[in-house]
Design a protein around this ligand. Sequence first.
Ligand code: SPV
Ligand code: MG
Length: 434
Amino acid sequence: MKKKKKKIVYTAFSADILHEGHINILKKASKLGEVIVGLLTDKAITSYRKLPHLNYHQREVVFKNIKFVKKVIPQHHLDFTKNLNLIKPNYVIHGDDWRNSDLRDIRKKVIKTLKKWSGKLVEIPYTKNISSTKIKKEILSTGTTPEIRKKKLKRLLSAKNIVRCLEAHNPLTGLIIENTSIKSNGKFEEFDCIWSSSLTDSTSRGKPDNQSVDLSTRINGLSEILEVTTKPVIFDADNGGRIEHLPYTIKSLERNGVSAVILEDKTGLKKNSLFKNQIGSKQDSIKNFCNKIRASCKARVSDDFLIIARIESFILGKSLEDALKRANEYSKSGADAILIHSKDKNAKKVFAFAKKFSKSKNFKPMVAVPSTYSKTKEIELIRNNFKIVIYANHMLRAAYPAMLSVAKNILKNKRSSNTEKNLSPIKEILNLII
Ligand code: SPV
Ligand code: MG
């Protein structure tokens, strides 16, 4: 007698945190036939919510070992269509909570696709009182570990078209980066990463950006930010100081859970790159700076910690050829990414560099800091092969004029009510951190 062919059941999960709701679906699915799980990749998940705690491989291992699951395949998009056309399942099974969620259009597409081979969508009543989002919130409140945080930047680099960083100079700005997100054109948008800026770390302490604020003070300040956030951090280490001290700097940063350090190729007394007058600022020799990159690579404990070389050629009025030569040499010395800096009003030079460096056999992911060429959109950076964008000083620049204006208003009116409209209500401030 011919054996009856088993029905195929498809179900898709991100399932960072597996709970009884998922098991309920898988159990019911296994009663209908052989279960194939489409496991959403990090890339698919970050298109609608935060990066999951567990990476694809970790989540895959969990699913592969569940007795109700026959096979696990990656689902690269939120949209099921590609996988459905590939497998042509008899059933797709899903919790019924997606009917009235952002996934409603995806659901409609699933029904339409299944119709082509008379497949059916089976919806399981949502398991009450359990939600991954709620569990995640609870996990977030307990914080993260330096090791998990450190690894996040590399994961983001492979999951995202561009990793978006914003400057934090205190825990409150860190919290804004941690918690602010919007939905724009149906897409989830957030900041991926924290930029620990020498400029805003110095200015917020009333000091110039010339290394007057020592490394220990900066790391202590950063610790307070790390205490209330889970997102990865890129640290601005100026020129890294003396090569003899560099290994200790790298080790301290990595131990604290920082994901990357940026070293700039300048020597002598440090001056902020955005100053018009760069007289006295000198660029390091390629040889010296390559030695610094090598010393940093040697000092790190794991290659999840990235060494990013920052090229100051355009800041110092040097040529594209000089910048390219440096990029190639820095890359060969072990730099994991290249920041090409500029204080021009447009991105022309930076993009000319990107075009040439993209063709180099030494190409490494590129980082942009569009402080002066701020009209440039992220999509243009992506098209020019940039993988990291740093909004380097914007939280401090937002706070300062607001505070100054309120201070002046109180002086002028000899009371505060005139400026009340510019202030957060006291109740809001009291409830800001709970
Ligand atoms: C910083 O934010 O401290 C930087 C970027 O190094 S820039 O100010 O543009 O030099
Ligand atoms: Mg700096």
